[in-house]
Write a protein that binds this ligand. Sequence first.
Ligand SMILES: C[S@@+](CC[C@H](N)C(=O)[O-])C[C@H]1O[C@@H](n2cnc3c(N)ncnc32)[C@H](O)[C@@H]1O
Length: 396
Amino acid sequence: MSAATHQFFAICPRGLEILLADELAAVGAQAVKPESGGVAFAGTLATGYAANLHSRLASRILWQLSSGSYAREDDLYAAAHAIRWDEHVGSRQTLRVDVSASGAPLKSLEFATLRIKDGIVDRLRERTGARPSIDRERPDVRVFCHLDATTATLYLDLSGEALFKRGWRLDKGEAPLKENLAAGLLKLAGWTPAQPLLDPFCGSGTIVIEAASIAAQRAPGLNRPFGFERLHSHDRAAWRELKQAALAAVVERAAAQLVGSDISTRVVDQARLNAERAGLRAWLDDGRLRLTAADARTVETPAATGLIATNPPYGVQSEPKSATVAATMSAVGDHLKQDFAGWTAWILTVDRALPKQMRLQETRKTVLFNGPLECRLFRFELVAGGYRPRAAAKPA
Ligand SMILES: C[S@@+](CC[C@H](N)C(=O)[O-])C[C@H]1O[C@@H](n2cnc3c(N)ncnc32)[C@H](O)[C@@H]1O
């Protein structure tokens, strides 16, 4: 593999940038610089591959091909045309171009996208005699361009499908948490595999499945394809080496106590199937991972102390539902105070009123974005003796 240094940009949910910077530094990234919504870094192409394979927090890794000033759409055409696309893209491959902008002086991003696409296609036709076609659904190669007020930066996408797709999810469930947000939640909570973990609203099982993968030191990208595997410039030998090392690092017998429960038996069955697809059959069989049907208002305490990491149903979208969710969370608050003394609960929600509903005082609050949705991750310390039964309603 070439030792040349390249620039990359890792996209992630807002709120996870600093943690992602640490994660990237751990796989050898250099000049790591957190920005809003992602992290810029430098490294060899193998570093870019390793980031795809090992990052739990990134949504996508982009390989920067050029960056320069622009003022008009024609400048974007010239910037796209100047890149040696034939080193990366075959003439029979399909392409997709996406442009994002903040403060760009252009009238139409659609036209900007078209000019960039023309620049790429013309350059490829001049070099190879053939025009690649555009496929917005399942492109072989994705090109991204980011425009700020004066600079246009062109990237090749190394990831393909977004990185939070680990390759095990069959059913979308009701409202599954993205795997990289689940990993972020566990990281922010400081969870280590030595701590018992409970998700009492586990849905499709995302948080506990991610936790098992962390405990087993299983690289999150071991079971999925990547965009870079389709590039002409792909270095197969370097990729094979990285993957073999990641496989050898897996600790199948890792100790852990992970419990996911949900009120819906259908959802729990689905979570079990997901866990099996994630390679966790042995974990289910020997009880390191338990997925059970239970109501969070009465769920059993699995250990004397431990960590709860969860995202309960959100009730904000529809008002009648919101009252039900608030009542549930109030009862869950009572149950936690009574039966989970000594535990710490980390709860991710869009509902700012959650601590009030649960009658718990948060000891920390972190803002995290689930796409455009602004969420809060609340930490509650469940102290012994903190439970006082509610006063019975006074007779009228
Ligand atoms: C926002 S979803 C959780 C999504 C989950 N983190 C995932 O990644 O799939 C909320 C879940 O809470 C469950 N739920 C609702 N009320 C419950 C209750 N009283 N006890 C336990 N689970 C409940 C729903 O069935 C739903 O699966």
